[in-house]
Ligand binder design. Structure first.
Ligand code: FAD
Length: 467
């Protein structure tokens, strides 16, 4: 067991907190979304929270931790929902939020420290340069840029730009390695894939360079539809409309919108499905025409609302915020899944799943660009009964050609998001030879016999197979 008081003494001059309540608080994320992870991870806590203010301080922390064999788990905003930033083996929780400077802004790209909050970055970019991140997580107001790259996948804006797995959506990462003498490495292009969505298991990201898009005063709109499939077909048509610029398209089935979107409830109808949309202001007229064509009804539009006081933004009704609202209103009743409905017959696949599960699995889709085509993935709410039934629901989806990225697993590989392969494993051996970075999250490291080619579907593909 490392001597954490000694480590604290050696980190003199760097902010270190060993108050057990604070350490416990900073050892948590939204793992409790999953009844399964809630049970598995409830006891997890670190030993120290260390908050570096600069890359030099990160180097000092890693060097000290290496000397003492102390695990280090990076933490941004702590908004991950599969226990990504929870320190399974205790040790140092490396709070990155004090490293939050914007270093450079150019036309089309920004360089910022990894701990900057995404919304703060976007606000400043918009005010000063009329630009914004291409896409951000719906947790933008508390998620960090580094945490998004290390733990996220895509989000608000992915309808136009795809996700973090796409080449070109992250430009450069600066990382610090976990060695006796930590090195600073800069990764670009395909090398970025080693660290993207790797939960900080093979380097601490200190700086991120991201591409930018023009910023708009996006209009939040909610469209009402008679049925969920009406909402899905409208959303699919909108997503495929070449001329209508949108940032977010999410069809959501009844009863969720009226039951759980409290602030918007006065505008909504009880048994209606909705499409939650963000539209560029200049695209509102053609957008309205498309709504009419699909016999939808605009229930809410932010540009005509009398007051927006206390109203969440549209994206805070979508992505995993939909799940959050249901969990908060009816704790214990719901859990959720992450589903992909590969195209081009994605709408038919969604319809089939709705027929099979009815009200047990309540539809919520996010439309996005995937490998150049429009597709949808789902974050359906599941009326939770037992872990066995949940497994059965997963199996039925997969048997019907709808892969599941299982949000009830905390390892990279079991969740199906990240395939670690021989090249990534070799990179971890190089950057973290003692396996001290976020231990327990990469199966390939813990179990060298792990079958990299187990035939699973992975969102972030391994590097070897595409070399
Ligand atoms: P954290 O949760 O703190 O960390 C995430 C992972 O990254 C951890 O493994 C951590 O160890 C690692 N990490 C953090 N910082 C660093 C660093 N500097 N260097 C190396 N590793 C690091 N995700 C999406 O992709 N899109 C969404 O739209 C979305 N919506 C969400 C909505 C809700 C309500 C919730 C609860 C979650 C949602 N998520 C979403 C998941 C999560 O919010 C995002 O992925 C977010 O970007 C994570 O950022 P964070 O700063 O909170 O990271």
């Amino acid at each position: 067991m490392p001597d954490y008081q000694q480590i604290k003494a050696e980190l003199d001059g760097i902010t270190v907190d060993d108050n057990p309540n604070m350490v416990l608080r900073k050892s948590r994320d939204f793992y409790w979304y999953s009844p399964i992870l809630k049970e598995q991870l409830e006891q997890v806590t670190g030993d120290l929270v260390v908050s570096p203010k600069s890359e030099e301080e990160v180097i000092r922390v890693l060097k000290t931790a290496f000397r003492h064999d102390a695990p280090v788990t990076a933490r941004g905003g702590g908004t991950g929902n599969y226990g990504q930033c929870m320190p399974l083996s205790g040790g140092i929780v490396l709070d990155m939020t004090k490293m939050n400077a914007i270093k450079e802004v150019h036309t089309g790209r920004v360089v910022a420290e990894a701990g900057i909050i995404c919304a703060r970055l976007d606000k400043q970019l918009k005010e000063e340069t009329g630009q914004e991140l291409r896409f951000h997580p719906s947790t933008t107001s508390s998620a960090t840029l580094g945490g998004f790259v290390a733990g996220g996948s895509g989000g608000v804006g992915s309808i136009t730009w795809g996700g973090l797995r796409d080449l070109g959506n992250v430009l450069k990462l600066r990382i610090v390695t976990m060695e006796a003498e930590p090195r600073v490495m800069e990764l670009t292009a395909r090398d970025l894939m080693k660290v993207s969505h790797a939960y900080g298991t093979n380097g601490i990201i200190t700086e991120v360079e991201m591409p930018l898009a023009p910023a708009y005063d996006w209009v939040d709109v909610i469209v009402g539809h008679d049925t969920f499939m009406d909402a899905v077909r409208f959303s699919d048509a909108l997503a495929a409309s070449n001329g209508i610029l949108t940032k977010e398209i999410a069809p959501i089935a009844a009863p969720v919108p009226h039951a759980f979107f409290s602030r918007h409830q006065p505008y909504l109808k009880e048994n209606e499905a909705v499409s939650v949309v963000m539209v560029a202001p200049h695209a509102m007229a053609p957008f309205e025409a498309l709504v009419k064509l699909h016999k939808g009804e605009i229930r809410f539009r932010a540009d005509e609302a009398e007051s927006l006081r206390g109203m969440p933004r549209a994206y805070e009704l979508a992505w995993n915020h939909t799940t959050l609202r249901a969990l908060k209103k009816q704790p214990g009743s719901f859990t959720y899944l992450q589903v992909q409905y590969p195209g081009p017959d994605h709408v038919a696949k969604v319809e089939k799943m709705c027929e099979i599960f009815g009200d047990e699995v309540i539809g919520h889709l996010e439309f996005m660009r995937f490998d150049g085509a429009i597709q949808c993935s789902g974050l359906p709410l599941v009326r939770y009964t037992t872990a066995e039934r949940l497994e059965e629901i997963i199996r039925i989806h997969e048997e019907n050609g709808c892969p599941i990225f299982n949000p009830h697993r905390y390892t990279l590989e079991e969740g199906g998001m990240k395939q670690t392969d021989t090249l990534q494993l070799a990179f971890k051996k190089e950057t973290d030879p003692k396996g001290l970075l976020n231990p327990g999250k990469m199966i390939a490291w813990e179990n060298p016999d792990f079958d990299f080619k187990a035939g699973r579907y992975f969102l972030f593909k391994g590097l070897a197979e595409t070399e």
